[in-house]
Design a protein around this ligand. Structure first.
Ligand SMILES: NC(=O)c1ccc[n+]([C@@H]2O[C@H](COP(=O)([O-])OP(=O)(O)OC[C@H]3O[C@@H](n4cnc5c(N)ncnc54)[C@H](OP(=O)(O)O)[C@@H]3O)[C@@H](O)[C@H]2O)c1
Length: 276
């Protein structure tokens, strides 16, 4: 249904220098694909490129601040010049922004939206014409369960992740007839990624056992599977959260209370130790 997947694939990953992005590249390396690695830290990207080379993969390192539209244009130009195509775009770069809402600065708000959402929209806008020429494309947007229910003390982060989910749905509606499939990956708190581990370090506490979570390795495996099967959305968490969201949709007030009960303590603590 989703068309033949080229082999090898040319895969562009933002936020490839650390956490989920890096582990995703390592996972995909078994397929001997070609990679374009983007993030700000050139030395870390070079280290990932060395690992990929040892696994038999060619890669191009493009130091990029995804909050800069000009840098995103240069990234796509460099990728096309080197490989002539981009089959898979993984919009993974992201930052967290947990703080009491009224203490957020304009700069924190704008930087989070630029890094997590505007970058993905612009980069996708620049990449899709190449995918249209190819008649094949996969766009994987690294959203979060924070996009399925906005977290207390994480209003802007949640808004960017909900934006990525809506972007994914819109792109599917428009581009599937041209062979271009988008998927939103929605992890819960993921160990071995950076964001959750940093919050645990900062607070000295883990999130509620009832909320559970996932691992960066499981997220990487979900990206690999999404390239093959192209689902609209994949929620990654143990215990499963889809029934909780379904319950919340049917009983909004009670559902909201249950979600707050399992998340509020950890999120409030994270916000308070991250005060600007
Ligand atoms: N870990 C979790 O619990 C979790 C859960 C749900 C969703 N996610 C999502 O998964 C993605 C990766 O998170 P992670 O936990 O792996 O975080 P991480 O370890 O902090 O990695 C973030 C990556 O994004 C890059 N990045 C940040 N700002 C950038 C910018 N302005 N320009 C270019 N690259 C930038 C970083 O590279 P440089 O610093 O080198 O630029 C790094 O490679 C994020 O979108 C996050 O929201 C994470």
């Amino acid at each position: 249904m989703t068309g033949a997947v080229p082999n090898p694939l040319t895969i562009l990953v933002t936020g490839a220098s650390a956490g989920i992005g890096k582990i995703t590249c390592q996972r995909l390396a078994a397929g001997r694909h070609r990679f374009i690695l983007a993030a700000r830290s050139e030395d870390k990207l070079q280290a990932v490129a060395e690992e990929l080379k040892a696994a038999g993969c060619e890669s191009l390192v493009v130091p990029t601040d995804v909050a800069s539209p000009a840098a995103l244009k240069r990234l796509v130009e460099a990728a096309i010049q080197k490989f002539g195509r981009i089959d898979v775009l993984v919009n993974n770069a992201g930052i967290e922004c947990f703080a009491p809402f009224t203490e957020l600065t304009d700069e924190m708000i704008q930087q989070t939206i630029a890094t997590n959402l505007t970058s993905a929209i612009l980069l996708t806008r620049y990449v899709v014409p190449h995918m249209q020429k190819q008649g094949f494309g996969r766009i994987i947007n690294m959203a979060s369960i924070a996009g399925k229910h906005g977290p207390a003390y994480g209003a802007v982060y949640g808004a960017t992740k909900a934006g990525l989910i809506a972007l994914t749905q819109s792109l599917r509606g428009e581009l599937i007839p041209q062979g271009i499939y988008s998927t939103a990956i929605c992890p819960g708190f993921a160990t071995n990624g950076g964001i959750y581990d940093d919050l645990v370090k900062a607070t000295g506490k883990k999130a509620s056992i009832l909320l559970g979570g996932t691992t960066a390795e499981r997220v990487a495996a979900a990206v690999e599977k999404a390239i093959r099967t192209a689902p609209p959305e994949k929620i990654l968490n143990f215990p499963a959260l889809r029934p909780v969201f379904l319950f919340r949709d049917i009983f909004p007030r009670l559902g909201e209370r249950i979600i707050l009960w399992t998340t509020l303590k950890f999120l409030r603590r994270a916000a308070n130790c991250r005060k600007p």
